[in-house]
Design a protein around this ligand. Structure first.
Ligand SMILES: C[S@@+](CC[C@H](N)C(=O)[O-])C[C@H]1O[C@@H](n2cnc3c(N)ncnc32)[C@H](O)[C@@H]1O
Length: 285
C-alpha cells in the first residue's frame, strides 16, 4: 500500500495529463461539462483504483463524469461500481448547450434519464442511478474509494453531502474530488474543508476550479460538526475562507480566495451559488 507521501508525489506529477484520449473509448463520446483535463483525471482515477470501495458521482448531468470514471475503472482490473446521483433533469438552455446532438425537448426541466441510460449502456451492471434530490439521499453502500462532489451548490447541501458520504471514505486510500472548490460563488466548500484539515490532504488543483484530496483520517461526527458551514455568519464564513487561503498557499493563488471574500461581502447572507451569480449579474447591469 502506498504511503500518503507517495500518493502526494504521484499526483504532483499530474499523470492524467499524459493519458491518451483514445484510452477513454466509449466515454470520450459522452457529453460532459468537465474540461478535457478533468475528464482525463476522472478516467485516470478510475484506472488507478485499488478495490478499496465503490465510486460515487454526485451531480452526473448527462453521465459524462460517470462514463469517464467507468472507462478507467474498467481498466483497473478490479471489480467496480459507480453510483451516480442527480435529479436527471435539464433546462432547455443547458440541453441546447451540452447536448447539441440530441433533439431539443419542447419543455423545460426535461427528463435526462433515457439519454443517460443510453450514454452509460456500455457499462451496464456497473452503474446505479440514484434519481432525485441528493438532499434527501442517504448513503448506506459501504466504503467509497472515489467521491466526486459536483452538486454542493449551496451551504446546506455541502453539509448534507459531507455528513452522508465523507464517513464512508477510507483513510489512506480514498480520493475526494471537490469539482467546484475554487468557484468564487461557492465559498462554503473551502470553508468546510478548512476545518477538515486533519482528515484531508490536498493533492492537486485541477483547472479550472477543482481540488483533489486524499482522505487521511476517519471523518467522525465531531469533525463534521466542527466543519459545518450552513448557518455561519458572513464574518465566520470569511474567516474560514482566509484559513483555506493559508492552507492552500503554494497550490492556489491568493486572488482566488480574495474573489470569494468579495462575493460574500457583496452579497450578505446568500448561501446558494446561483443566487450569488444572479446578484452579481444584476449589479453589473
Ligand atoms: C455541473 S453539473 C454536473 C456535471 C457532470 N458531472 C458532467 O460530467 O457533466 C451539476 C449537476 O448537479 C445536479 N444537482 C445539483 N443539485 C442537486 C440536488 N440537490 N439533487 C440532485 N442533483 C443535483 C444538477 O442536476 C446537475 O446535473
Amino acid at each position: 500500500m502506498q504511503t500518503a507521501a507517495e500518493i502526494v508525489a504521484e499526483f504532483a506529477a499530474r499523470p492524467w495529463r499524459t493519458v491518451p484520449a483514445t484510452d477513454l473509448g466509449a466515454a470520450a463520446g459522452v457529453p460532459t461539462m468537465l474540461t478535457s483535463e478533468e475528464g482525463l483525471l476522472y478516467h485516470w482515477l478510475g484506472r488507478r483504483a485499488q478495490g478499496a470501495g465503490v465510486a460515487v458521482d454526485l451531480g452526473a448531468y448527462a453521465g459524462g463524469s460517470a462514463a469517464r470514471l467507468l472507462s478507467g475503472l474498467a481498466l483497473s482490473g478490479r471489480p467496480f461500481h459507480v453510483h451516480s446521483y442527480d435529479r436527471f433533469r435539464s433546462s432547455r438552455a443547458f440541453w441546447a448547450r451540452y447536448l447539441p446532438d440530441e433533439p431539443l425537448p419542447e419543455v423545460d426541466d426535461a427528463d435526462l434519464l433515457p439519454v443517460v441510460r443510453r450514454h452509460l449502456a456500455a457499462w451496464e451492471g456497473h452503474v446505479t442511478l440514484h434519481v432525485g434530490d441528493i438532499g434527501e439521499k442517504h448513503w448506506t453502500g459501504g466504503p467509497i474509494e472515489i467521491l466526486s462532489v459536483d452538486a454542493a451548490k449551496g451551504s446546506a447541501m455541502a453539509d448534507h453531502i459531507a455528513a452522508e458520504f465523507f464517513p464512508a471514505l477510507v483513510p489512506g486510500r480514498s480520493i475526494l474530488i471537490q469539482q467546484d472548490y475554487l468557484m468564487a460563488v461557492q465559498p462554503w466548500l473551502c470553508a468546510q474543508m478548512a476545518r477538515l484539515r486533519d482528515q484531508f490532504l490536498p493533492l492537486a488543483h485541477v483547472p479550472k476550479v477543482g481540488l483533489v484530496f486524499l482522505c487521511v483520517s476517519p471523518v467522525t461526527p465531531q469533525a463534521l460538526a466542527a466543519a459545518r458551514v450552513d448557518g455561519l455568519t458572513d464574518g465566520k464564513l470569511m474567516q474560514r475562507v482566509r484559513e483555506a487561503a493559508r492552507w492552500h498557499e503554494g497550490m492556489v493563488p491568493r486572488a482566488v480566495f480574495r474573489a470569494m471574500l468579495e462575493q460574500v461581502k457583496a452579497h450578505p447572507g446568500l448561501r446558494m451559488g446561483w443566487q450569488m451569480r444572479q446578484a452579481s449579474a444584476r449589479a453589473r447591469n
